[in-house]
Design a protein around this ligand. Structure first.
Ligand code: PDD
Length: 269
């Protein structure tokens, strides 16, 4: 249906409590990328919050959304959101209710990321301790991101106990002496699908990847930083600010980032 014909109950637990999860899957000129990985992560999120739904059953609707939105040969993405459903407000998960499903396709600018660079802000990671669940409750992410947006910056890099975790909507990679560092999977980060693809690309290019948390205190030794995500793809970081000071500066896209970007373009196009 058209978006202005769709409606949900005011008692939908997604609306009232943020009791839901979501997924964003890219389509390059109509061709889906990483479909099985995205469905697997969607299933993981559903299982972790105990919503009984088969993520695989949504596959046909994703393609239908692309086609009905007239995006079959365009760069686009499909947003899927599943909330627990409609029930009187309680602090426990009510049983036997029907999940609410939202699926829509939207045009995405996926071309030209290799010519851009982002300016970023260091922020405290205010989120909960289950960032591996792709929850629609994004208040801590959007609060931090609004701070960088207000300063005219593109993203903020979250720090917990002196270590970078991830961006407000991206995964962080640091490059130091040709070794690539990214936070290990676990409850402190979202297990990024683009992260997985990029780690595989690094192996193909013979770059060593260390899945270790990177300390803020080691930033002065870093040669390059890039961020990954479904719509972010592989974005070079130009500069980083913290408390009004510039603490990282890389005016040109570094050679390792460029190699990874080119390999990523070849895989997705
Ligand atoms: N965000 N970390 C966070 C907190 C994210 O929200 C995202 C993606 C990523 C990158 O994950 P992936 O490579 O699977 O897209 C990491 C999506 C795109 C969003 O919220 O729109």
């Amino acid at each position: 249906m058209k978006h202005d014909q769709a409606s949900i109950s005011v008692f939908d637990r997604g609306f009232m409590l943020g009791d839901g999860i979501y997924e964003v899957t890219p389509f390059y000129e109509g061709k889906v990328f990483g479909l099985e990985e995205h469905l697997k992560r969607l299933q993981y999120s559903l299982d972790e919050i105990m919503i009984d739904l088969d993520a695989g059953s949504l596959k046909p609707m994703m393609f239908e959304a692309i086609s009905k939105a007239g995006l079959s040969d365009k760069d686009a993405a499909v947003y899927i959101q599943v909330s627990r459903g409609v029930a009187p407000r309680t602090h426990y998960f009510p049983e036997n209710i029907e999940p609410t499903l939202l699926i829509y396709a939207f045009p995405a600018s996926l071309k030209g990321f290799e010519n851009k660079q982002w300016s970023v802000l260091v922020s405290e990671d205010l989120r909960w301790h289950r960032c591996d669940i792709k929850s629609t409750s994004l208040l801590a992410n959007i609060k931090s991101n609004s701070e960088s947006h207000r300063l005219g910056l593109d993203e903020n890099l979250l720090v917990r106990d002196g270590f970078f975790t991830e961006g407000s909507h991206s995964t962080i990679f640091f490059i130091k002496d040709n070794i690539i560092y990214t936070h290990p999977e676990g409850p402190q980060i979202l297990s990024g699908i683009t992260r997985k693809f990029v780690i595989a690309i690094c192996a193909e290019l013979n770059f060593e990847v260390r899945e270790e948390a990177f300390p803020l205190s080691a930033l002065d030794k870093v040669d390059e930083i890039f961020l990954t995500g479904t719509t972010t793809q592989v974005m070079a970081v130009k500069e980083m600010f913290s408390d009004g000071n510039k603490i990282f500066n890389e005016p040109e896209i570094g050679p390792v980032t460029q190699k990874i970007q080119q390999a990523f373009i070849q895989k997705t196009r």
